[in-house]
Design a protein around this ligand. Structure first.
Ligand code: DGI
Ligand code: FE
Ligand code: FE
Ligand code: FE
Length: 187
C-alpha cells in the first residue's frame, strides 16, 4: 500500500485528536531522524502506523497478539501496552510493511526494550515529545533531545516510570530493561 493510502486508512480508524497526535509524531520523528542519522522515510512510516490499533476493541487486539504468537507475555500486562503489538501486526498484514526495523519501532513504541535500535529510540521519543504533548517536564525532555538522544530517552523513561508509580500501575519489565540499558550505555 502506498503512503497516501496508508494515511487515509489510519486516519479513518481514529478520532481527530489521535490523528493530530499522529501528525505530531510524524513531524517529530522525521526531525529526530535527520538530527541523529536515522532513515527519515522509515521514521515517517513507523510514526504513521504506530497507533493504528489504539482504538481496536480489546478482543481484536487479543486475537492478533495470539495469532502473532511472539509476545504472549504482554497479555499478562496492562492493555495500554497491547496496541503497540497489534499495530505491528496490522502494519505487516494489512499495510504490507515488511521492514523489520519499522515493525519493531511500532512494536516497542510504548514499552521500549533493552538495546533499542536507533529507529525504535526515535519513534519512542517522538511519541512522548511531539508538539501536542503537554505534561510537566516535557519541555526539558525536548531540550535534551536537541543535544543527546540518550539523555532525552533516559529522562523520558524516568518520567514514564514515575508516572506509572504515582498511578500505582504495574511496570512492564521491558520498560525497566529499556531504562537500565540506556543508563549502562551512558556510563
Ligand atoms: O499511544 P500513546 O498514548 O500515544 O502512547 P503510548 O503508546 O506510549 O502509550 C502510553 C500508555 O501506555 C500510557 O497509558 C502509559 C502506558 N504505559 C507505558 N509504559 C507502561 C505503560 N503501562 C504499564 N502498565 N506499564 C508500562 O511499563
Ligand atoms: Fe501508542
Ligand atoms: Fe510512549
Ligand atoms: Fe502515540
Amino acid at each position: 500500500m502506498n503512503r497516501d493510502a496508508i494515511i487515509t486508512s489510519v486516519q479513518e480508524q481514529m478520532p481527530e485528536r489521535r490523528w493530530i497526535h499522529t501528525l505530531g509524531v510524524m513531524k517529530t520523528a522525521v526531525e529526530l531522524a535527520d538530527r541523529f542519522g536515522a532513515d527519515p522515510a522509515k521514521a515517517d512510516l513507523a510514526a504513521i502506523l504506530h497507533d493504528v490499533a489504539k482504538y481496536w476493541p480489546v478482543d481484536r487486539m487479543l486475537r492478533v497478539i495470539r495469532e502473532e504468537g511472539l509476545f504472549l507475555e504482554v497479555l499478562e500486562h496492562d492493555k495500554e501496552l497491547w496496541h503497540a503489538h497489534a499495530g505491528a501486526y496490522a502494519a505487516q498484514r494489512d499495510y504490507g510493511v515488511t521492514d523489520p526495523e519499522v515493525l519493531d519501532a511500532i512494536r516497542y513504541h510504548t514499552s521500549g526494550r533493552a538495546a533499542m535500535t536507533l529507529l525504535e529510540r526515535i519513534v519512542w521519543l517522538a511519541d512522548l515529545i511531539e508538539p501536542g504533548r503537554d505534561f510537566p517536564g516535557v519541555d526539558r525532555i525536548r531540550e535534551l533531545a536537541g543535544q543527546s538522544l540518550e539523555k532525552a530517552l533516559i529522562a523520558g523513561f524516568d518520567t514514564t516510570i514515575v508516572f506509572l508509580l504515582e498511578k500505582r500501575k504495574r511496570i512492564y519489565p521491558l520498560t525497566v530493561l529499556a531504562r537500565n540499558d540506556l543508563i549502562l550505555e551512558e556510563a
